[in-house]
Every structure is written in C-alpha cells, then in structure tokens.
Design a protein around this ligand. Structure first.
Ligand SMILES: [Ca+2]
Ligand SMILES: [Ca+2]
Ligand SMILES: [Ca+2]
Ligand SMILES: [Ca+2]
Ligand SMILES: [Zn+2]
Length: 346
C-alpha cells in the first residue's frame, strides 16, 4: 500500500541542486584493467536483507550486521591503488583516501573509506550497465553516455544531505542521516544527473525538465540495482527508491524516499521536481513493464539525447514515442504512448 506523497517526501531531497550545467568532461582515453576486492552494500542493506528495521545509529558498525555486506570485484581500476579508473575518480574531501592494501578495499560503514568504495563501485557498475544496453560509442553501436572517469567527491563533514550535482561535472555526497553514499541508489540517482547532462548540456532548466531529471535518476537507480544486485529481498518493493537513506526520513514501512510506481498524474503536480518526477518515473516504469528492461532502457536513454534542456513533459514524451517507433516499431510505440497517456502527459 502506498503512503501519501507528502509522507514519502518528508525530508526529501529537495535541497539537492539538480542543476546540470557542465559539459561532458574529458573522455577516458585508455582502458584501465586492474581489479580489486571491495566490500559494499548491494545495493543497500534494507533492500538486500529485507530488514526495514535497520537504523543509522550514528554511523555505527553495530547497526548493520556483516552479513548485510557483500564482497565484490571492483573493475576498471587504473592500478594506482586508489579508487580511480575508467568510469570513476573518487576523491575524499575530508577523510583518509582509500588505498588498496593487498588488492583489497575491505571497510565497514563507520570507516569513511567505505563510502569511497561504494561510490567507485556503483558509479562504475552504472556505466557498465549502460554499456551493456549498447551505449558504447563503438561503430554501429549506440552513442556513449558519460563514458568517462566521473569525478566523485565524498564530504564527511557536511551537515546535511548535501550530495549534489554542481557546475563542475562533479558528484558530491554528504552525510545527513545515513551517509548518502551508503545507499547505492543515492549514488546511481546522482549519476543519473551526470548522464543526462552528458547527453544534453544544461538539461533541466524548466520545472518539467527538472522533474524528468529527478525521475530518470530514480529510475536508473532502481534499474541498476535490479540488474546488478537482482531482485530485492522478500517484502521490499522493487519500485522503492533509496530504502536505506530513507530510514532517516520516513516513519512508515517500507522505507522509500520516493517510488517509481505511484499513481500520480499531471493533475497532481506541485511544482517540486522530486515530487513531480514521480509522474514521469511511473511512465518509465510502465514502459519497462511493457517492453522489458533491455528494450525499454535503450529507448528511454537514446530518446533523452533529443530532449531540449527546458523540455516539457509532452515534448519529451513525444520524442520517446518517436524513438520507440524507430527502434522497435509500432507496437512498442503504442506501449510507450499508453504509459505517458496514463499519466495525463499526452
Ligand atoms: Ca561527466
Ligand atoms: Ca558511513
Ligand atoms: Ca542521508
Ligand atoms: Ca530500492
Ligand atoms: Zn536528484
């Protein structure tokens, strides 16, 4: 059952500056092939364990059992021993930088280096997922999107959930409530802004475009989590966004900062981009249900190249329908049209 949008939005990410202004940044020129072992949340400990009773407890290790972590392979590292590679360049602004000892980055959540590992892993996995959809820039393939070593900064002294996307093609994660980079869905959401801006510089300059940006970040976070970490534990809705970060802000279960399966339509618009984004993200969720994640996400991402920086919902919906028609034909286009029509967008 859904809680009210207001309840879900209490303590939402309204302070996040979703302004996307910078260019796509430098393109990595050499393939980094080093790997290491890292310890992460997969994609967050609420989603992976099904335990909605987990709480931050002031960043204590005791708050989350070791069994809720997962040991993974960190790929595409440059071999320097730092968390720098083809798709992520992680910098700690305030804490010790994580440096591999014996090829391992094994920290727990009270250690600030844990969030650095999370940021490297989930940014890299998000880019690899996008490339598996075909967006590699190779001859005959779809265009690359943000295929570069994305700068990511961890700031452990930030008083608020100040992770933001600013003018410097930079992701920054703060520590309000649960440290933001302890939730892989927060990381991938922010990465979604970098993706959008790499596709259309300055994207998000109207309220509806800003809402599409928030929606896309939420939807990408859910998509990457399902693709990389698999189905959530029993009882955790797949459509729930930021299950772990939300435990600091929501009192109802399941803990979802937002969802991608609400029944909001344009009649419910409030003018707040995270709220209104749930209108768009539900349409994306329905397109995914109709076409399957592979086809849906190829259409959705490729269409985003055609969105104006200040697009309206309707113009972006029509561009997405046209893309579905081009890539997969009339039946797919009808599925996409129905998803947007159900939200009152067209
Ligand atoms: Ca970038
Ligand atoms: Ca932490
Ligand atoms: Ca937080
Ligand atoms: Ca989730
Ligand atoms: Zn955002």
């Amino acid at each position: 059952m859904l809680t009210s949008p207001q309840a879900r939005l209490a303590g939402s990410l309204a302070a996040v500056a979703a302004l996307v202004l910078a260019g796509a940044g430098a393109t990595a020129t050499s393939a980094a092939s080093s790997t290491a072992t890292g310890r992460v949340f997969f994609i967050n400990p609420v989603q992976s364990s099904g335990n909605e009773g987990l709480t931050d407890q002031k960043d204590s290790d005791a708050a989350v059992p070791l069994s809720d972590y997962k040991t993974v392979t960190l790929t595409n590292l440059d071999g320097s021993g730092r968390l720098v590679g083809d798709y992520a360049n992680v910098v700690s602004e305030t804490g010790d930088p994580a440096i591999a000892t014996n090829g391992t980055f094994l920290y727990t959540r009270h250690d600030d280096r844990f969030e650095q590992v999370m940021a490297y892993y989930w940014v890299t996995e998000a880019q690899k997922y996008i490339q598996r959809l075909g967006f590699t820039g190779a001859p005959g393939a779809l265009r690359a999107v943000n295929k570069e070593s994305q700068d990511v900064r961890l700031n452990q002294y930030g008083a608020d959930n100040s992770f933001s996307w600013d003018k410097k093609d930079l992701l920054r994660f703060g520590k309000g409530g649960v440290d933001d980079a302890e939730d892989g869905e927060v990381i991938v959401h922010e990465y979604g802004h970098a993706v959008h801006d790499a596709q259309v510089p300055g994207f998000g300059s109207s309220e509806e475009a800003g809402s599409i940006g928030e929606a896309w970040g939420d939807y990408l976070a859910v998509s990457v989590g399902l693709a990389v970490a698999g189905a959530p534990a029993k009882g955790v809705p797949a459509a729930c966004v930021m299950d772990w970060d939300a435990t600091s802000y929501t009192s109802t279960v399941p803990h979802c900062l937002r969802r991608v399966d609400t029944n909001l339509t344009v009649a419910n618009k409030t003018g707040e981009v995270h709220h209104d984004g749930m209108i768009w993200s539900r349409a994306l969720w329905d397109i995914r249900s109709g076409l399957g994640d592979y086809k849906a996400n190829r259409v959705i991402i490729d269409a985003q190249f055609d969105f104006a920086p200040d697009t309206s919902f309707a113009a972006a919906a029509n561009a997405t329908i046209a893309k579905a028609q081009t890539m997969y034909g009339s039946s797919a286009a009808s599925t996409v049209r129905a998803a947007f029509h159900a939200r009152g967008i067209i």
